[in-house]
Design a protein around this ligand. Structure first.
Ligand code: BDR
Ligand code: CA
Length: 327
């Protein structure tokens, strides 16, 4: 039976490639994508919504409902437009046709999450590649609702590597720490894919160059190539890839987990999230001492076969490109 999925996302360049990867499985009828719920994160809520809608249109997928995230006070939450562009799409939104949905007319993300989990209890996998705002609001509005998910998989956190917004904090956790804390308290089997594995996932200029050579007339590939160029520039400026020409495709790890779990290794533990530190807010911790553990809330990825993950991604993007007819 194909899996029912909700993708919670804040596009964002790496979110966009993850959406495209997911759409390749959708087109092969390997998933039942119930909704894409957007959240404020990399850029404000209206922009992440528009980006998701434009990517759906570019990929010729018209029948997926898209939820809108709540606008968060900008002085408290700093976005990442310096990495992803002010539209979250490498400032390429103007070069694409507009999305087919309007922000104001679309359902709130948290409402979609609540309704779908109530409609399909124990059947829906939530894949969260954004700050956890929507999931936390859903849990606030309908206490216990997140337990109705079959599984919650999130990209977030940093354990034995530096953070990417502070020396110790990762963006999706740090952007809304209270939300993260609440979501991690909601279940005992969160699946967490931290920077420890995603810092190894570099989408390189060569990977896109090969696609451009193979599909010189594809509008989708043309867009991807421009986005890679933008993200490569900002990633090099911010020294994210050890000088390698490319960008970190963090969120793709969540799609890999769904379809190629053999690429990942996990450790079970009680993830703690710092919410009040002077310098450490947003830090995620696991107790690695060998004392008796009384509880667990998560499975945390500790290792990834990055080489094979990237190979699977490029191969599956190829299959999406071949299924998009305006090529
Ligand atoms: C996460 O933060 C965002 O900027 C990325 O899209 C990813 O979800 C990486 O820390
Ligand atoms: Ca993201």
């Amino acid at each position: 039976m194909v899996r029912k999925l909700i993708l919670d996302t804040d596009p964002g360049g790496d979110d966009i490639f993850s959406i495209l990867w997911l759409l390749s499985f959708l087109k092969q009828k390997n998933i039942d994508l119930l909704a894409i719920t957007t959240a404020a994160g990399n850029v404000p809520a209206r922009n992440t919504f528009n980006a998701a809608c434009q990517i759906l249109r570019l990929s010729e997928v018209d029948d997926i409902v898209v939820g809108r995230g709540v606008a968060l006070p900008e002085q408290l939450f700093s976005h990442a437009s310096h990495i992803h562009g002010s539209d979250g799409m490498g400032n390429l939104s103007q070069t694409l046709p507009p999305g087919r949905r309007r922000f104001a007319d679309s359902p709130p993300s948290e409402k979609l999450i609540i309704d779908l989990l109530n409609r399909y209890p124990d059947e829906v996998t939530i894949v969260g590649i954004a700050p956890l705002t929507n999931l936390a609001i859903a849990e606030n509005q309908a206490p216990g609702i997140l337990k109705k998910a079959k599984e919650i998989v999130i990209m977030g956190g940093a354990f034995n590597v530096p953070g990417n917004v502070t020396p110790v904090a990762e963006f999706n956790i740090a952007f809304n720490v209270k939300a993260a804390q609440q979501v991690f308290a909601s279940r005992s089997d969160m699946v967490m894919l931290p920077l420890d594995v995603t810092r190894q996932l570099v989408f390189t200029s060569e990977m896109i160059a090969d696609l451009v050579a193979d599909y010189p007339d594809s509008k989708l590939v043309e867009f991807m190539a421009k986005l890679v160029e933008f993200l490569t520039r900002t990633s090099l400026e911010h020294r994210e890839t050890k000088g390698e020409r490319g960008f970190l495709i963090h969120d793709a790890v969540a799609i890999a987990y769904l379809f190629y779990p053999e690429l990942l290794t996990f450790k079970r533990g009680q993830v703690m999230i710092e919410t009040q530190g002077k310098f450490t807010t947003g830090q995620t911790l696991l107790d690695n001492r060998h004392g008796v553990k009384m509880g667990f809330n998560a499975w945390v990825a500790t290792a990834v076969d990055a080489h094979n993950l990237m190979a699977c991604l490029v191969q599956d993007l190829t299959s999406l490109i071949e299924r998009v007819h305006h090529n």
